[in-house]
Each structure stands twice: as structure tokens, then as C-alpha cells.
Design a binder for this molecule. Structure first.
Ligand SMILES: Nc1ncnc2c1ncn2[C@@H]1O[C@H](COP(=O)(O)OP(=O)(O)O)[C@@H](O)[C@H]1O
Ligand SMILES: [Mg+2]
Length: 240
């Protein structure tokens, strides 16, 4: 394991069973992610991206394989690994923006003053100062997404998992959030797995890209792409 490695996924295999059949969704997947690195993950709908994130988060036990976070096996959800769901309607309706963000910080038991200071800081970081007293039902989709992101960041976890966080947003909001999210992640040196089904988005966000693809016979195959921004989108598409 490299010294800088925050996440190590070792020989991960997972399948789901319906009535009779066993369907392998993830097959012998291994990779490492370094501190401060953004690994974007791309693949067709239904290829197992969310399943992989849920296993890394500790919500789901794999058939076989290991998840190692900061040198320790990670089997159950912890605050070290924050998971941002695909659907970001995960804010507390009865808490305003800054109180939603402070919720996750409260769990760290840092004391009232420090918690408040940190919540204000992260509210500012995601550019929601103006809305700090606002309740979720008055926010746009993009603003809600910022709150959910700030709440995850504020824990200062080892790893943040983002599952198609911008999929439901309109194009211009999505562009702005891609830019600000990447900037903030880099500013904080946060380590992130970012799932997308949009190749351009994954190319932009990721320092490196993991493609859940297939070989010419249609078997599951994983590809790793360095410097995805410099690669041809059409070439990446062929791997899916
Ligand atoms: N709880 C489950 N039980 C059975 N099959 C599931 C379950 N969750 C997901 N699947 C199936 O596993 C495959 C991968 O799903 P998922 O990981 O959600 O894909 P993705 O996020 O890449 O779209 C899909 O075919 C999906 O229908
Ligand atoms: Mg999914």
C-alpha cells in the first residue's frame, strides 16, 4: 500500500440474487486512491457504480474482497467515510442551512463554539452565507446539493463518496457546481470518489478515471485512465 493511499479496494466481488439467478455486478475489482486525489467513476446505468460506493461506505458487505481506509479494514459505516446519496433530498427539513451543516459537526463533540465556527466556515465555503437561515424547502436543487456537500466536508472525513450528485440539475447549475466542487475539494485536499454517468463531467472532475466497462465479448472489465481531461471522449465511450 503506498504511503499516501487513503483507500485500498482489494479484489472486490459482489453479486445480487433474484429468485433463481445470481448476477455478478462487481468482479475482482482492485484499486487505490491517494490522499487528496479525486477518482471519477464512469459506467453505464446498472453496471454497479452505486453498489461499489455502498460497499466502500460500509452499507453493504461484498461477497468477497476488502475495503481498507487509512490502513484499517472498513466494514461498517463510520464518519471517516461520508456518503452523498444520488438523491440529495437528505437534508433535515426542520433545520435551516447552517443547522443542517452543523448537524454532522455536532456528532464530533467539539463543543458549542467550535461547532458553530466550523458550520459558519463551511456555509461560507459553499457560498451560502446569504441563505444560512433558509430552510431546505425554499432552496433550489443546486443549493441543496451545496448544503449536503458542506455537511459531508465539515466532518473532514478521510473519504467522501459522491454518487451522481449533479444528475438532477439543469445544465448551467451543473456546470457551476462542477467547477466550485472541484475547486473546494482541491482547496481542502479532500479525497473523493465521484460517480457520474456523464463522460465529460467525469473527465473534468477526476484526477484519474475508473471506467466500469466491458471487453469485446461483453464481460466486465475495468479501465483506469490517467489525466482524463486530455483523453478523447469518444475513445472513453468505446470502453463502456
Ligand atoms: N438490492 C438489490 N437487489 C438486487 N439487485 C440489485 C440491487 N441493487 C442493485 N441491483 C442491481 O445491480 C445492478 C447494479 O446496480 P447499481 O449499482 O445501482 O448500478 P449503477 O449505480 O451503476 O447504475 C443493477 O442491475 C441493479 O438492478
Ligand atoms: Mg447508481
Amino acid at each position: 500500500m503506498s504511503e499516501n493511499s487513503v483507500l485500498k479496494v482489494e479484489n472486490l466481488t459482489h453479486s445480487y440474487k433474484d429468485k433463481k439467478n445470481k448476477k455478478i455486478v462487481i468482479k475482482d475489482l482492485s484499486f487505490e486512491v491517494d490522499r487528496g486525489e479525486i477518482l471519477s467513476i464512469i459506467g453505464k446505468s446498472g453496471c454497479g457504480k452505486s453498489t461499489m460506493l455502498k460497499i466502500v461506505a460500509g452499507f453493504l458487505s461484498p461477497d468477497s474482497g476488502k475495503i481498507i481506509v487509512n490502513g484499517k479494514e472498513h466494514k461498517k459505516p463510520t464518519r471517516n467515510v461520508m456518503y452523498l446519496q444520488q438523491n440529495y433530498e437528505q437534508l433535515f427539513a426542520w433545520r435551516n442551512v447552517v443547522k443542517n451543516i452543523s448537524y454532522s459537526i455536532e456528532q464530533l463533540k467539539l463543543g458549542k463554539e467550535e461547532t458553530k465556527k466550523r458550520a459558519e466556515y463551511y456555509t461560507h465555503l459553499v457560498e451560502l452565507d446569504e441563505y444560512k437561515e433558509a430552510y431546505p424547502n425554499t432552496l433550489s436543487g443546486g443549493q441543496k446539493q451545496r448544503v449536503a456537500f458542506a455537511r459531508a466536508l465539515a466532518v473532514e472525513p478521510d473519504l467522501i463518496l459522491m454518487d451522481e450528485p449533479f444528475a438532477a440539475l439543469d445544465a448551467s447549475t451543473r456546470d457551476k457546481l462542477q467547477e466550485s466542487t472541484k475547486r473546494i475539494i482541491k482547496e481542502k485536499g479532500q479525497t473523493v470518489l465521484f460517480v457520474s454517468h456523464n463522460i465529460k463531467e467525469a473527465q473534468y472532475i477526476g484526477d484519474r478515471m475508473l471506467v466500469f466497462g466491458s471487453d469485446k465479448d461483453g464481460n466486465i472489465k475495468y479501465y483506469f485512465i490517467e489525466n482524463p481531461q486530455e483523453q478523447d471522449k469518444e475513445e472513453i465511450k468505446k470502453l463502456l
